[in-house]
Write a protein that binds this ligand. Structure first.
Ligand SMILES: [Zn+2]
Ligand SMILES: [Zn+2]
Ligand SMILES: [Zn+2]
Length: 56
């Protein structure tokens, strides 16, 4: 199975051991799984800015 990327629209993180499955989609972290509804930052260590993008 190829590497899967996070289903968060602005996140390009690859799903790892901490991936969260929700509604049949894989997210790299709980923050992404909740669509950053509470401003949770992405757990990625690569400086991913998907949380900022989710906030309008
Ligand atoms: Zn991210
Ligand atoms: Zn993500
Ligand atoms: Zn995200």
């Amino acid at each position: 199975m190829p590497d899967q990327t996070c289903a968060c629209p602005h996140c390009k993180c690859v799903l790892g051991v901490d991936a969260v499955m929700k509604d049949g989609k894989g997210y790299c972290c709980p923050g992404c799984a909740e669509h950053h509804a509470h401003g949770e930052p992405c757990a990625s260590a690569t400086g991913c800015e998907c949380a900022k993008s989710a906030k309008s």
